[in-house]
Ligand binder design. Structure first.
Ligand code: SF4
Ligand code: FES
Length: 377
């Protein structure tokens, strides 16, 4: 990209600290078809997955760069038959290993293999608290298997985190979802409203909750946090469309997280594959160069790239102008202020979506486009 010059790359290589974590998106194959999925729409472009040795090199290089955590995700990482080998490599490198899974395929045998390989932590996704809604959102009968798998996590002594992506169609069931989590003895539950990337962006009208739903959810979560203090940690993330200021996405561009997608492209976040930046692939470059010097990672580091109003805003070091991918998706220009910000000249785009979500006649259960519908494989 033209705005990234040699000086910028040189500056970044001398000042950038290593990543905190590697998010290894091992495969975009998945048995589920969740309409809120942040995976890319063009799933067929990701068939040529890194092999075992390539992933092991990536994991080793991430550890050498200073990463402390390795999150194994996807798609469904259990579809990789070499998952235990990759966990073992990460554990040998001293990384804290975290499996992010739908739990389909988390059989007793696979669980034992992963335990032996040194897996530290398991995050299981739940779509709802009961089979009918959960299976409709997941696009597959899966609820019972998820509950079994969550129990298996506890039986093997792992800490259990439940990931529940919240949206218009399940946010009214937070009390029941929390009751299910208590029954499963989860250590932690993440109730994170949908971020609108990939398939979720396509399904935004069916997913964005109303103001009334959110107000109710906040009361329920506040009471539950009080009641469950010391027993279960509750992380609640509101939809940023309703926020006044945007989130400092990923803790800043190229600041903390390193994502590697199934085909080896390294990205600063989950959604950067859509941005007009030259790709940085681990098959062509080592991770140290990618992290420190590649245009992909240098492009929006710090604040030099900003336009007004961010450039002259007091909060520019606080939220770093918000999410570059959201700015690009909504305005076509990744250097613009995230339209979520009420100071953004493009804020009307977000206001229009919020207005639609609050129209009287908008039903709660609009049809969802399952992610597999456009999958060509
Ligand atoms: Fe943040 Fe930019 Fe909005 Fe200021 S103008 S609050 S820096 S997004
Ligand atoms: Fe890419 Fe926010 S998801 S910067």
């Amino acid at each position: 990209m033209s705005e990234i010059d040699g000086d910028a790359a040189e500056r970044s290589s001398t000042t950038v600290e290593g990543p905190l974590g590697l998010l290894a998106e091992l495969t975009y194959r998945c048995p589920l078809a969740c309409a809120y999925c942040s995976n890319p729409i063009e799933l067929a472009a990701y068939r040529d997955e890194l092999d075992t040795a390539e992933w092991q090199r990536v994991i080793t290089e991430a550890a050498e760069l200073g990463a402390l955590q390795c999150h194994l995700s996807g798609g469904e990482p259990l579809l990789r038959r070499d998952l235990a080998d990759l966990v073992r490599t990460a554990a040998e490198q001293g990384l804290y290993t975290n499996l992010v899974t739908s739990a389909l395929g988390f059989t007793a045998k696979r669980a034992a293999e992963l335990h032996d390989a040194g897996l530290d932590h398991v995050q299981v996704s739940l779509q709802a608290d009961e089979p009918a809604l959960s299976d409709r959102i997941a696009g597959l009968p899966s609820f019972a298997r998820k509950i079994d798998a969550a129990r298996r996590v506890r039986e093997l002594g792992w800490p259990l985190t439940l990931n529940v992506v919240l949206h218009r169609q399940n946010i009214d069931r937070i009390p029941e979802i929390l009751a299910a989590a208590e029954e499963l003895e989860a250590d932690r539950i993440e109730l994170a409203n949908t971020q609108y990337y990939g398939w979720a962006a396509l399904n935004r009208a069916a997913l964005l909750p109303s103001r009334e739903q959110l107000a109710e959810a906040e009361v329920v979560v506040r009471e539950a946090k009080e009641r469950l203090r010391g027993r279960m940690e509750i992380i609640y993330v509101i939809p940023d469309y309703y926020a006044t200021y945007p989130k400092p996405c990923m803790g800043g561009w190229g600041a903390r997280q390193l994502v590697v997608v199934p085909t080896g492209d390294a990205l600063p976040c989950l959604a950067a594959h859509g941005l007009p930046l030259p790709s940085a692939n681990v098959r062509e470059h080592d991770l140290a160069w990618i992290w420190r010097d590649s245009p992909m990672f240098s492009a929006y580091r710090g604040t030099d790239w900003m336009q007004d109003p961010c450039r002259s805003c007091d909060r520019r070091e606080v939220d770093l102008g918000g999410c570059r991918c959201q700015a690009f998706a909504l305005t076509g220009d990744a250097t613009r202020t995230d339209p979520v910000c009420h100071l953004s000249p493009d804020h009307g785009i977000v206001e229009a979506a919020v207005a639609e979500a609050n129209e009287e006649r908008t039903p709660v259960d609009l049809p969802l486009v399952p992610r597999r519908e456009r999958q060509r494989n």
